[in-house]
Design a protein around this ligand. Structure first.
Ligand code: KIV
Ligand code: NA
Length: 270
C-alpha cells in the first residue's frame, strides 16, 4: 500500500463537503503507531506527549528533540497513514525563518510529511512562508494549549460573540495561508459549523462537535488510560483497569511462584 498524501487528504473536501470524514489519532511510539495505522488517515505526533509521556504540566516545556525522536518512531511504525508532527512551543513563533529551520529539522529527522502549529491570523505569514517552501502545514485554532499561560486554562473557546468572530477569522487566515487542514479544538458546535462551512480545507475537530470534516483524539484518552479527561473524550476502552488487573495477576503469580511455569522455561530438548 501507498501512504496517504497531503493532496488526497485536502481533496476529501470538495465543494464544501466531505464524503469520507478524516480519521486522526495521536501516536508517540512505534508500537502504538503500528496498531493505529491501518485505521487512520492521519497520525499526529502531538506535543501532548509532554503531559502523556513525560509528565510535564503543559506542552510549553516540550522540545524539538522530543518531537523529532517520537516523530521518527511513529514514521517507522506506520506505512499507511500520513504522519504529522507538532512544532513545539518556542520553535516557530520568533520568525518565519526560525519556523522553517525547525520544520525542516523535524522533516529531515523524522520523515514525516507535515507539521502542525498553533495560532491564527498572527501566524498566517509563517504558514505561508512554510507552504511556499514545500512544507505541508496543519493549522490549529480555538483552544491552543501552548498559549495556556495567556488563556488562563483549557476551557472551551468562542463562548462570546467577539471571541467566536476572532476564531473564525483565525481559521480563515490559516486556510488562506495554505494550511491543508485545520484542527479546531474546544469550540462551540455553532462556531465549528460556521468555520467548517467557511474554509475550503477540511476541519478536524477535537471537542468541536460532529460538524467538522474529521475528528482527532489523544489516543491514551480514548483508550481510558487516564482517570481525568475532558468532557469531549469518549472512552472506547478502559485500559487503565485492564492493565492494573494484568499487572496484579502477574505480581500475585510471581509472589506465589506460579509464574513462570514449564511453558515459559528453557530446558534441554527431550
Ligand atoms: O498535541 C496534540 O495531541 C494535539 C491534538 C489533540 C490536536 O494537538
Ligand atoms: Na498539540
Amino acid at each position: 500500500g501507498k501512504r496517504m498524501t497531503v493532496p488526497a487528504l485536502k481533496g476529501r473536501k470538495q465543494d464544501g463537503r466531505t464524503e469520507q470524514p478524516i480519521v486522526m489519532l495521536t501516536a508517540y511510539t512505534m508500537r502504538m503507531a503500528q496498531l493505529l495505522d491501518p485505521h487512520c488517515d492521519l497520525l499526529l505526533v502531538g506535543d501532548s506527549l509532554g503531559q502523556v509521556i513525560y509528565g510535564l504540566p503543559s506542552t510549553v516545556p516540550v522540545t524539538l528533540e522530543m518531537m523529532c525522536n517520537h516523530g521518527a518512531a511513529v514514521v517507522r511504525g506506520s506505512w499507511h497513514a500520513l504522519v504529522a508532527v507538532d512544532m513545539p512551543f518556542g520553535s516557530y513563533e520568533g520568525s518565519p525563518e526560525q519556523a522553517f529551520t525547525s520544520a525542516a529539522r523535524i522533516m529531515k529527522e523524522t520523515g514525516c510529511a507535515a507539521v502542525k502549529l498553533e495560532g491564527g491570523r498572527a501566524i498566517a505569514p509563517t504558514i505561508r512562508f512554510l507552504t511556499d517552501r514545500g512544507i505541508p502545514v496543519i493549522g490549529h485554532v480555538g483552544l491552543t494549549p501552548q498559549a495556556v499561560n495567556a488563556l488562563g486554562g483549557y476551557g472551551a473557546r468562542g463562548r462570546s460573540e467577539a471571541e467566536a468572530a476572532k476564531i473564525l477569522d483565525d481559521a480563515k487566515g490559516v486556510a488562506e495561508a495554505g494550511a491543508f487542514c485545520v484542527v479546531l479544538e474546544g469550540v462551540m458546535e455553532e462556531l465549528a459549523t460556521t468555520i467548517t462551512r467557511a474554509i475550503p480545507v477540511p476541519s478536524i475537530g477535537i471537542g468541536a462537535s460532529a460538524e467538522c470534516d474529521g475528528q482527532v483524539l489523544v489516543t491514551e484518552d480514548m483508550l481510558g488510560l487516564f482517570e481525568r479527561t475532558p468532557r469531549f473524550v469518549k472512552r472506547y476502552d478502559d485500559l487503565a483497569t485492564r492493565i492494573g488487573n494484568a499487572v496484579e495477576a502477574y505480581a500475585g503469580e510471581v509472589r506465589a511462584r506460579s509464574f513462570p511455569t514449564a511453558d515459559q522455561t528453557y530446558r534441554p530438548k527431550a
